[in-house]
Design a protein around this ligand. Structure first.
Ligand code: COA
Length: 171
């Protein structure tokens, strides 16, 4: 008998923009959890290329392009992740773990989040090794330097990045 998946998990990030690495994590999470909420937030340490609304549109389109819309919702939030989870009545967070260097930050964040909201649990998933070196900044940099980033990001994201690169060149 197939086990029924009921838990809803939140996958937070700035997703500026979403890449194949993020999609890989969502794909893996869907195998485990009933519903995934991709929760886009502002990382106060970063200056984004795309607005929250643009990032949301790109994630929804990317999910469509890869037939992954079922049981995946996309939302934006502001403020603390712990407060967002409390408000939504959710307790499980998914994070991707790429390198050992991710671990220290993730460990600190998971423990602080749990302090802020004791019911919160963070589950770590490892991306496929072909995506391990990806980050949104690297993909943006590739596009801004005139190379097509289609190997690293879904078609709609590639299109949006190339448009940004063209606008930059016209300035
Ligand atoms: N594939 C590809 N890239 C990945 C990836 C994966 N599987 N996992 C992470 N990355 C990339 C991201 O794109 C990001 O790239 P960038 O730095 O070039 O933008 C980088 O790795 C870091 O990712 P992440 O650690 O998820 O940072 P983020 O900025 O995307 O998200 C938040 C951080 C939004 C989850 C975090 O700041 C947050 O929770 N903010 C709300 C406030 C809060 O509660 N703070 C914590 C208090 S304890």
């Amino acid at each position: 008998m197939k086990q029924k998946k009921t838990v809803t998990a939140v996958y937070p990030g700035s997703f500026d923009p979403i890449t194949y690495g993020h999609l890989d994590i969502i794909r893996r999470a869907r195998e485990i959890f009933g519903t995934i909420v991709v929760a886009i937030s502002r990382n106060t340490a970063k200056t984004p290329m795309f607005s929250l609304e643009e990032r949301k549109i790109l994630i929804v389109q990317s999910l469509k392009e890869h037939s992954m819309t079922q049981d995946v919702h996309v939302e934006t939030f502001s403020g603390l992740l712990a407060d967002y989870l409390k408000q939504r009545g959710l307790t499980v967070v998914i994070r991707g773990l790429r390198f050992l260097s991710d671990f220290e930050y993730e460990f600190q964040m998971a423990l602080m989040n749990r302090r802020l909201y004791p019911k919160m649990e963070t589950v770590y998933l490892m991306p496929d090794e072909q995506h391990i070196y990806l980050s949104s900044s690297i993909v943006k940099e590739i596009a801004m330097n005139g190379k097509n980033p289609r190997e690293f990001a879904p078609p709609c994201v590639t299109k949006a990045l190339l448009k940004q690169a063209q606008l930059k060149n016209e300035k």
